[in-house]
Design a protein around this ligand. Structure first.
Ligand code: GMT
Length: 374
């Protein structure tokens, strides 16, 4: 098929999933056209089946807010028409789904039918989408899409709870490329960070409030009171300054390293003993899946779709949001010599069920089913 993929090109779960999906589809022989405002971060190589179309946003003194959605819809019309696409797949409802629905209307008026598939990722539903300033448009564009998927059962449930959605939503979970995300031998790196055999705890996120990075630091602080440990924080975002201050306040600044936005996160995960994800909300938790694929057990909250991924007592533990005491107790249990190896092995086994080789054919079937109905 010729597939147009629309996503946020920056670091962040939905953009990563969309880009990896496009790469996988291209590998399977599909022609994939990315339509975004800048080159997706993980699309930095040549492949004969991959194309990139930049959305040009025309500014004008009258516009306090340049109308990105219109520029995006216009670009979709252009690409569908001239590249003769068979299907548009948009990731993250706002504003991609409504722009796609508009592009489809325009194309229809010119005698071109193009099916629109929308994938809901999380905050487009649970945080931003349900806000009254967006809700009517999100509801409309979900109902108007030709196919809708959600990345977890919990997100599907939340969508029905918060929006008047009349159509079926198919759950297609996120996936992982196990050839990229696997435990690599990086002993020199481990020795440099943990010279005295300390346990290595890792957290990766966009440092937004919803990730509760405060909890990460407080759990680590308590862990380090019992076992010698180091914390690596990967990513960046609005909470970073505050988190640095908290580390100083708790007197653990020397045990914590801020690595910023890393491309090769699998190298860090390869030397980790434990991954922390205490999020307030998390529709899926792709970062935890990346850790598990690198044989790292997960201590997480039980928010949203996380329990569908991190199996309590098997691949790590899940606790109520904010229950730092319990998360610390569980972290120490996992890190003990007696249990760590078993949790690591279980994490990998669970990650294998989300292998891209398993999930990609589900998307391919979904596309052909949707295309057949249009
Ligand atoms: O919150 C983020 O990390 C970014 C956000 C996004 O759309 O880029 O992530 C959401 O989508 C990811 C990919 O499907 C999921 O793994 C994350 O759980 C989800 N984030 C939230 O629900 C908070």
């Amino acid at each position: 098929m010729k597939i147009g993929i629309v996503c946020y090109p920056t670091f962040g779960g939905s953009g990563v999933v969309a880009t990896e999906l496009g790469k996988g589809l291209a590998k399977n022989g599909h022609e994939v056209h990315f339509i975004t405002y800048s080159q997706p971060t993980r699309l930095d190589f040549f492949n004969e089946n991959l194309f990139y179309h930049e959305v040009n946003i025309r500014s004008y003194p009258l516009f306090k807010y340049p109308p990105y959605e219109l520029a995006l819809a216009s670009k979709m019309v252009d690409v569908v028409k001239f590249e003769k696409l068979d299907l548009l797949h948009v990731h993250y409802a706002i504003p991609h789904a409504s722009a796609a629905v508009m592009a489809r209307q325009i194309l229809k008026s010119e005698g071109i039918d193009i099916p629109v598939v929308t994938t809901l990722h999380g905050t487009d539903i649970t945080l931003v989408g349900k806000d009254p300033s967006y809700e009517p448009v999100v509801t409309f564009s979900i109902n108007q899409s030709d196919g809708v998927t959600a990345v977890s059962e919990d997100l599907k449930k939340d969508t029905y709870k918060h929006f008047n959605v009349m159509r079926e939503i198919e759950v297609i979970p996120n996936f992982i490329d196990l050839t990229k995300f696997k435990r690599q031998r990086k002993d020199h790196f481990k020795t440099a960070i943990c010279p005295n055999g300390e346990k290595l705890v890792v957290h990766t996120s966009n440092f937004r409030k919803v990730k509760r990075v405060d909890d990460v630091v407080r759990i680590f602080h308590k862990i380090s009171e019992t076992v010698p440990a180091r914390l690596l924080l990967v990513g960046d975002g609005p909470e970073r300054g505050h988190i640095e201050a908290l580390c100083r306040e708790l007197g653990i600044y020397d045990e914590v390293r801020f690595l910023g936005k890393l491309e090769a996160v699998e190298e860090v995960l390869s030397v980790a003993d434990l991954f922390l994800m205490p999020s307030e909300k998390e529709s899926f938790g792709l970062a935890a899946l990346e850790a598990m694929a690198c044989e790292v057990p997960v201590i997480s909250s039980n928010a949203g779709g996380i329990p569908e991924l991190n199996i309590n007592g098997v691949t790590g533990f899940t606790s109520n949001v904010g229950n730092i005491e319990e998360m610390t107790k569980n972290a120490l249990h996992v890190l003990s010599e007696e249990h760590l190896e078993k949790f690591k092995a279980n994490a990998l086994e669970q990650a294998k069920t989300f292998d891209i080789e398993v999930i990609l054919p589900i998307y391919e079937k979904f596309y052909s089913d949707v295309a057949a109905t249009v």
